[in-house]
Ligand binder design. Structure first.
Ligand code: SF4
Length: 317
């Protein structure tokens, strides 16, 4: 948590006037909130291939050969090859850049990730496309947490994205120096409840991988652990899974709590599960109990504080 995240970002989201109309789409969460904890690496692929500004708008079109092209609907100029060439060249440096996450501009035929319009025969035919630049970045580094700026307005999606970026940073840091088997076992133990809140099944698979560490080469183990760790973090942490992780913590504290303390904790977890209170309430209560009883195993769980509390991301989820 002491290190700043490295976040790739569509330049227009940082307030750079690079859009087709010469404007920008500054995103306040990025520039005003998370900026204290992140260093940004902005790129505008359309400017990078020399489209200039202001410029013709472009869109994705499925053509007779089935291939998706990026074309201007007015002049019919085709930018596909230039954009793909640039994207591949740029993505070759992705490993070296060591990014922890990427925020793309939604709906863009270059940067959009999830539901970019694809036209066919001059008409919008489907909303399932991905911008050409974003597609190459995702393909090059499938473990990299990515999100669209529009979805960051949803508190649940926003928390998940930031949580994933910090998780990716931690797991990469683990393997950055001369790591030992003990380092891995300790790390895995610290991440246990966070992973359980995301995906209990994948957490178990990761445990089996750790148990098998002796039978794999260091590179093989590292690659498989990072992949499975991030697959786990890409799952969806439901309220039920969070409640189970909280119950797990409550189980550790059970013998030390009075019956009133146990009841208070159980009610807080139930209220969270039912959606009456946000996650921060039972987390704060448990944190207080952990400090009071000096419960070392729980105190070291990343789950208690997976991102800076100043971001207040658990106050609305
Ligand atoms: S969405 Fe991407 S291509 Fe479009 S202006 Fe923003 S950074 Fe440039």
């Amino acid at each position: 948590m002491d290190k700043q995240l490295k976040i790739g970002v569509s330049s227009c989201l940082m307030g750079e006037e690079v859009r087709f109309n010469g404007g920008h789409c500054r995103n306040r969460f990025l520039t005003d909130k998370i900026s204290e904890y992140a260093k940004f690496y902005p790129t505008c692929p359309e400017m990078a291939i020399g489209m200039g500004k202001p410029r013709e708008s472009v869109r994705l079109e499925r053509e007779a050969d089935g291939r998706i092209h990026m074309r201007s609907p007015k002049s019919r100029e085709d930018f596909t090859d230039r954009m793909e060439q640039f994207s591949h060249g740029w993505s070759e440096n992705l490993h070296e850049m060591d990014l922890d996450g990427y925020v793309f501009k939604k709906d863009s035929p270059s940067c959009g990730v999830f539901r970019v319009k694809i036209y066919e025969n001059g008409q919008p035919a489907e909303r399932r496309g991905t911008g050409l630049f974003a597609k190459t970045v995702i393909k090059t580094l499938p473990q990299l947490p990515v999100e669209e700026e529009g979805r960051l307005n949803d508190p649940v999606l926003c928390e998940m994205f930031v949580e994933r970026c910090f998780a990716y940073r931690r797991v990469k840091d683990l393997f950055q120096t001369g790591w030992s088997r003990k380092d891995v076992v300790d790390f895995h133990a610290r991440e246990k409840l966070l992973l359980m809140a995301y995906s209990p099944g994948r957490y178990k698979s990761l445990g089996r991988l750790v148990a098998d560490i002796k039978n794999l080469t260091r590179d093989e183990f590292k690659e498989r652990y990072i992949k499975l760790f991030m697959d786990c973090m890409n799952d969806k942490p439901t309220k039920g899974r969070h409640a189970n992780a909280l119950m797990h913590m409550a189980g550790y504290l059970k013998s030390k709590l009075s019956s009133q303390g146990r009841a208070e904790l159980a009610k807080s977890i139930d209220d969270y599960r039912a959606g009456f209170i946000p996650l921060i309430v039972p987390i704060t209560l448990i944190g207080h109990m952990i400090r009071r009883f000096d419960e070392l195993y729980l105190a070291q769980q990343t789950y208690l504080s997976p991102h800076p509390h100043q971001l207040a991301l658990r106050n609305h989820t």
